[in-house]
Design a protein around this ligand. Sequence first.
Ligand code: OFO
Length: 169
Amino acid sequence: MIDKKLENAFNDQINKEFYSAYLYLAMKTYFEELNLKGFVNWFDVQVQEEQAHGMGMYDYVHERGGVVELGAIDKPVVEGKTPVEVFEQVLHHEEFVTSRINALMDVAEEVKDRAALSFLNWYLKEQVEEESNVGGLLQTLKLIGDDKKALLILDKDLSTRVFNPPVIG
Ligand code: OFO
């Protein structure tokens, strides 16, 4: 049976994962308006990944005999006005999520739930990968600057990204 404090922390993170999906859906809209279909595809995959992360925790809380309580999802705000600025926001957001996963692991440690810690290791590794991928894309976008031709080449590249349902835990 999962500790109540840890159950609450998981429920909070489930909300953050679905907020992430919602935020990336809003960013997808931004690129739809620019007609950059490769970026649209990249965010589409991102949305599906975040939903899978949320569902991974949802299933885990149930598996551990806990209760999932879903909260309201905040309105997502795309702060960036350019692709570079949007990706800066993505990177900040992923860094924030990493800090929340660390905080969730702190609670698991506090209540000595080693099974939850082992489960959450997957999320920690995923965050390292996400920060690295997004950081790399941001660097490329900065390099591209105002070069529209290069931006279209990157857009074509991003159209090849596919969603592979993750095996979590
Ligand atoms: Fe859920 O992985 Fe990033 O945010």
